[in-house]
Design a protein around this ligand. Structure first.
Ligand code: F3S
Length: 409
């Protein structure tokens, strides 16, 4: 791979030992993928933050770089950690976990990473432009950045995103090149899509249907049919697809890279009907009563918070039922400013920040199973390396009916 004089000097330590190590990693990745050169990134989003998923190794890894004097070269935001920094006791999280989580966040802070602790950095100002090169980790954020904004990012992991942040560079391969962003699967959507939950089911269904296909940088669906999609619906679709390894999709007439999909003739095609989504919803539905409903995978946007507030206005949770909403701290502040938080408090809803439904350790005796409106969350909450808790799908409207008393007249 061609390196500039500046990059060769960086490899030799001109910008410090941390940048040298980070650049060496990027060169290895670039060589592996056959990249011709490194290219500058405008921003980074780093994952690998929760003590639940990273353990003591994550403390050591972040301390190692921070102690070497690592400093980010570009604006860099951070994925959710394992708890609400201010209200972890309300999540039944113990002091030992909290103390270790705080050390990890301090280490990221020492490197200059903005400890925003959310997977939706675009909801509070970290907005990439069409065609802009960024290095984002967190599969749902990657899928949204590529698809909704038309930004260029590969699906970075915790190490490569941090390396890009510390050097301001990434190898030019994969989704950084237009020829690798052309759709290779056409998806005719004949199903009715009412809310974010339906878009999430659509993504999960298509993700399952694409299993076994083989493309250099994964399947890139072109959806035909959906119209008037709201950003949070596209976010839900992308998160579900991302959980199956899809990191870029297009929606005809909706997403911005028309020049790439207008003339595309994908070889693969599939159709999705109402029956397909109903069958998937039935498969993911709970058989028994579950007491906890979690919402906010990906972290809830202002529009989603408004929808919840509207649905629960004047209602209260039934005894034995809990509803947790996971949102970024800025969205919570907005919700407070417009009165949604007051509505939630009166209804008995908890709003947690800095974390997400998958990377937090549920108190297993109190919460033996979890309900959610996100197909991605259903899969991830059950994963042994994540929350490792049984999880099921229930659309928000049905959850509100099941969990809340009738509104008082
Ligand atoms: Fe975000 Fe956690 Fe879901 S990082 S996309 S809320 S798994």
């Amino acid at each position: 791979m061609h390196l500039t004089d500046k990059e060769r000097a960086m490899l030799d330590g001109s910008d410090g030992p941390a940048a040298a190590k980070a650049l060496a990693l990027l060169v290895d990745i670039g060589d592996f993928f056959g990249a011709a050169r490194l290219i500058p990134v405008h921003s980074a989003h780093v994952s690998g933050v929760s003590y639940l998923t990273g353990g003591d190794g994550l403390i050591e890894h972040t301390a190692f770089f921070a102690d070497l004097g690592a400093k980010v070269a570009v604006p860099t935001t951070l994925n959710p950690c394992g708890m609400d920094r201010e209200r972890y006791k309300a999540m039944a999280i113990d002091e030992a976990f909290a103390a270790k989580q705080c050390v990890i966040l301090e280490n990221f802070g020492r490197m200059g990473v903005l400890t925003t602790c959310s997977c939706t950095p675009y909801d509070f100002g970290h907005i990439p432009r069409k065609g802009e090169t960024v290095a984002w980790a967190e599969s749902s954020a990657v899928c949204f950045a590529n698809s909704y904004f038309g930004a260029h990012t590969n699906k970075e992991d915790a190490l490569s995103a941090l390396a890009a942040a510390l050097t301001g560079r990434t190898p030019e391969y994969g989704f950084h090149l237009d020829e690798n962003r052309v759709p290779n699967v056409r998806v005719e959507v004949a199903a009715t899509l009412r809310d974010g939950g339906d878009y999430s089911l659509l993504g999960d269904h298509v993700g399952h249907a694409l299993k076994g296909t083989s493309f250099a940088y994964g399947a890139i669906p072109l959806f035909v049919g959906p119209r008037g999609c709201r950003p949070h619906q596209i976010k839900a679709l992308g998160a579900a697809l991302a959980s199956h390894g899809v990191h870029l999709f297009h929606i005809e007439g909706v997403t911005p890279e028309r020049e790439l999909y207008a003339e595309a003739r994908p070889e693969h095609a599939l159709q999705v009907t109402d029956a397909d989504l109903a069958a998937l919803a039935a498969k993911l539905a709970p058989e028994d009563e579950v007491g906890l409903y979690v919402l906010g995978c990906p972290n809830a946007s202002f529009e989603e918070l408004a929808e919840v507030a509207d649905r629960v206005q004047g209602r209260k949770l039934k005894p034995g039922k809990e509803l947790w909403v996971f949102a970024s701290r800025p969205q919570k502040a907005l919700a407070e400013a417009v009165g949604f938080l007051d509505t939630f408090t009166k209804a008995g809803i908890e709003v947690f920040c800095d974390t997400c439904p998958e990377v937090t350790p549920y108190h297993r005796e109190r919460y033996p199973a979890v309900l959610t409106n996100s197909a991605k969350a259903v899969h991830y909450i059950q994963a042994p390396g994540l929350a490792n808790t049984p999880a099921f799908f229930l659309p928000l409207d049905r959850a509100v009916e099941a969990f809340f008393e009738e509104a008082q007249a």
